[in-house]
Design a protein around this ligand. Structure first.
Ligand code: PLP
Length: 384
């Protein structure tokens, strides 16, 4: 694995060699279909169920409440479409926030086309949802509220516990997209009080194309996929066994290492933020609130397009994003920064620096050096 110069851990993480080692036998000897009836299959089924226990252990849920999916996008889609279709006879009103990931906003737009009514809550200049706004938005026909736990662009952490309590008090199901929160802050179902929660494996040093949805025992969803009876008929299709095993191992490593990792990355991020502020004039940190993931720094440099900075730094062997990875090539203003009250011009200036398990101090020093130079050059020659 070569993660030198990599500062885009919120886009994806390298596969941890310990996760890879645990997955390997499932590409070779342990290839049986977990639904089959012989010994080899039982062994593979055991590995799938062990992974389920490990994921449940990380988020303090019951293993029966963990449903494996193909990743965060599918988990978000299943939560939204599954709950909307299941509860549409009770009501057709959905609530979300303006800073959600596209994996959440796009299905919401589709549901609007199918006749559901959507309220999108604003955020303040730090990117936080105000629980009073949610209280006012809840209606008699509200069936689902979905607010992310931590934002992928800024790292800002929403008051999910308070928001979910409001939903519960009104008898409304609450979903949170915890894709960015998992492995960075504690994600504890019992403490959060949510009904549905999305996870993705490739953000926690596991493989791409796997994830999970926590579904509280008393919540029913209409499946997205129909076919065999896998996942207790909630998600048909032969399991991605190696991916699921990888998720289990990645979850276990998170559980063991989360506290020390967050402490180390938080110290490095804070130092980097201070040094950037000292070395580069006219910078602005987006989402500079204590409620922020320790690994994430979203910073704007006046007059510098974030996408151009990304290209400059790429030339120096440094990998960063100007917004979310999914919209990295679109060069349109960040909807997250716009929602935080930035102008269109300011919303293209964001640069996301996200640290992770394999970040090094040498890399951070190089980033500060190259970033200072790039900003100086871009400001001197704005038409570059
Ligand atoms: N939700 C958030 C907050 C994300 O950051 C991402 C990925 O960037 C997703 C959902 C989508 O997850 P996946 O890439 O596993 O489909």
């Amino acid at each position: 694995m070569n993660a030198a110069g990599y500062f885009d851990y919120n886009a994806t993480t390298p596969l941890d060699p310990r996760v890879f080692a645990e997955m390997l036998p499932f590409f070779n000897d342990r290839f049986a279909n977990p639904s089959s009836a012989y010994r080899q299959a039982c062994d593979v089924l055991g590995a799938v169920e062990n992974a389920r226990k490990r994921v449940a252990g990380l988020v303090n849920a019951d293993p029966s409440e963990i449903l494996f999916t193909s990743g965060g996008t599918e988990s978000d889609n299943l939560a939204l479409f599954g709950a909307a279709r299941r509860y549409k006879n009770i009501g057709r009103h959905l609530i979300t926030s303006a800073v959600e990931h596209e994996a959440l906003l796009a299905p919401c737009r589709q549901l609007q086309k199918e006749g559901f009514v959507l309220t999108v809550l604003p955020v303040d200049q730090d990117g936080l949802v105000d629980p009073d706004d949610l209280r006012r938005a809840i209606r008699k026909d509200t069936i689902l509220i979905s607010i992310m736990q931590a934002n992928n662009e800024t790292g800002v952490i929403q008051p999910v516990r308070e928001l979910a309590a409001l939903a519960r008090a009104h008898g409304v199901a609450f979903h949170t997209d915890a894709v960015q929160a998992l492995g960075k802050i504690p994600v504890n179902i019992a403490e959060l009080g949510v009904d549905l929660l999305s996870l993705s494996t490739h953000k926690i040093y596991g493989p791409k194309g796997t994830g999970a949805l926590y579904v509280k025992h008393d919540v029913a969803l209409v499946p997205l996929l129909f076919g065999g009876g896998q996942e207790k008929k909630r998600r048909a299709g032969t399991e991605n066994v190696a991916g699921i095993v990888g998720l289990g191992k990645a979850a276990e490593l998170c559980r063991e290492e989360i506290a020390a990792e967050a402490q180390r990355l938080g110290e490095w991020r804070d130092r980097l933020q201070n040094e950037i502020g000292e070395c580069i004039p006219e910078t602005r940190v987006n989402g500079d609130t204590p409620q922020r993931l320790a690994n994430t720094l979203n910073v704007s440099f006046r007059g510098c397009d974030g996408g151009v900075l990304v290209a400059f730094l790429d030339g120096s062997g440094l990998a960063l994003s100007s917004g979310s990875a999914c919209s990295a090539k679109s060069r349109s203003p960040s909807h997250v920064l716009l929602a935080m009250g930035r102008s269109e011009g300011e919303a293209v200036e964001g640069l996301r620096i996200s640290l992770g398990r394999f970040s090094s101090k040498q890399d951070l020093e190089k980033l500060l050096r190259e970033l200072s130079q790039a900003v100086r050059r871009l400001r001197a020659e704005p038409n570059l």
